[in-house]
Design a protein. Structure first.
Length: 413
């Protein structure tokens, strides 16, 4: 279960309510018309699960993922937060960036005869991904036929270049719905296929997301649409949105949020204005010792969202040890670290409230696939709602495409 609280107030005037009602109507139309497909992934991805259950997979202990951005950020986020709570989870290796040192080190970890290889690219021609795949083929002497080919899976748009490649070599292919953008695709085959094969409970993950989406459209998550309204009305005053997650294993989730928020909301609006809400991902309590100073005494251009886990499921306590000279810290002896990190979160949030910084908090009662699915759905819906209110196209990324065009031109020249 997720709990939501906020320190800021939303002025629910007649115009504000009209704006929120129109936004809800717009989102519902996106869903019902199938213009945008991520809303229905908790249902449509059940077919992916069935397909995987019917596959005759070779023995494996390792998953190798080649993808970048929306093709792997969500997978990394889910793996990182859920791995400690799973059983018999396979090792996952990632080849994403073009950094030659990282690529070399990762290649050395691959166990060819114990691995499944996932090539993930919505467009089918992502240069970082295809380059990594070629490196794997070369380093592992991976054949595109016979037993080796049974270990390779392509996840891409139907009829893309990668899809044509998969069909040519009779490689198992999973398709991303054409109406689902890359950064909204984690609950499609992009995340479901590798995570399920790694041993994660994707059925519960999808259930959590589906239940939250249903609750939202049933009008039971008014806090979300009100937060989107607040964000859209304060684009100029509060252009920076900080996600302060109090758990080390939410680090990749904050990175997933940064891509989702930045690529969706940094746009040119209907009046040809350059607009955007800049995301910053922080981890507590570590970043209390750096960025918090900027938030409290720096420029007042930030709102802050906290994520807290009520119960980590760990009984680890601070040992009852007295250290000469620093006896003043003895008050924490015998107290659980779970209590300590949440007390740090509460104190940090209160310090921001006391200094008039707009804050809100999402509390997970505990970590579970259902709760993480709900959290994913929450941020995706929040992004879509905010985009509608900012009068932008939430789902395109012309700025990213421009960079790709220049890259191709420069390398080919």
């Amino acid at each position: 279960m997720l709990e939501f609280k906020r320190s800021f107030s939303v002025d629910l005037t007649e115009d504000a309510q009209k704006n929120m009602d129109e936004t809800m109507s717009s989102l519902k139309n996106e869903m019902d018309s199938d213009e945008i497909g991520y809303y229905k992934l908790p249902q449509t991805s059940q077919e992916i699960i069935k397909k995987i259950e019917n596959l005759d997979l070779p023995n494996y202990s390792q998953i190798v993922i080649m993808g970048i951005g929306g093709s792997n950020l969500g997978i990394k986020a889910i793996e990182q937060i859920l791995r400690p709570y799973g059983k018999d989870i396979k090792e996952i290796l990632y080849l994403e960036n073009s950094d030659p040192i990282s690529i070399s080190l990762t290649l050395k970890k691959i166990k060819k005869d114990e691995a499944l290889f996932f090539v993930i690219s919505k467009s089918g021609g992502t240069i970082e991904t295809t380059s990594a795949f070629k490196s794997v083929i070369s380093y592992c002497d991976l054949k595109l036929e016979g037993d080796d080919a049974k270990r390779i899976f392509a996840i891409t748009d139907e009829n893309s270049a990668l899809s044509e490649f998969a069909k040519h070599y009779d490689i198992t292919e999973f398709n991303i719905p054409l109406n689902v953008g890359g950064r909204f695709s984690v609950l499609s085959a992009v995340g479901v296929a590798p995570l399920m094969m790694a041993g994660f409970d994707v059925k519960s993950l999808l259930k959590g997301a589906g239940d939250f989406i249903e609750s939202f459209f049933d009008g039971k998550e008014a806090h979300l649409i009100e937060k989107a309204y607040y964000a859209s009305q304060n684009v100029q005053k509060l252009p920076i949105n900080v996600l302060f997650s109090y758990a080390d294993r939410l680090e990749n989730f904050t990175k997933w949020f940064v891509q989702l928020w930045a690529e969706s909301l940094g746009k040119i609006d209907k009046n040809a204005n350059h607009v955007g809400l800049t995301p910053v991902g922080l981890i507590g309590a570590v970043d209390q010792h750096s960025f918090l100073q900027l938030i409290i005494e720096g420029t007042r251009d930030k709102s802050v969202t906290f994520i807290k886990i009520e119960d980590f499921g760990s009984d680890l306590s601070v040992p009852d040890i007295t250290l000469f000279g620093i006896e003043k810290t003895n008050f924490i002896n015998n107290k659980k670290f779970n209590l300590l990190i949440n007390a740090q979160c509460d104190a940090t949030m209160q310090s921001l409230i006391d200094t008039k910084v707009s804050t809100d908090i999402i509390t997970l009662d505990f970590v579970s696939p259902e709760n993480i699915g709900s959290l994913i759905a929450y941020f995706e819906l929040l992004t879509s709602a905010t985009g509608v209110m900012m009068h932008i196209n939430t789902y395109n990324q012309p700025g990213v495409e421009l960079g790709k065009q220049i890259l191709y031109k420069n390398l080919q020249g």
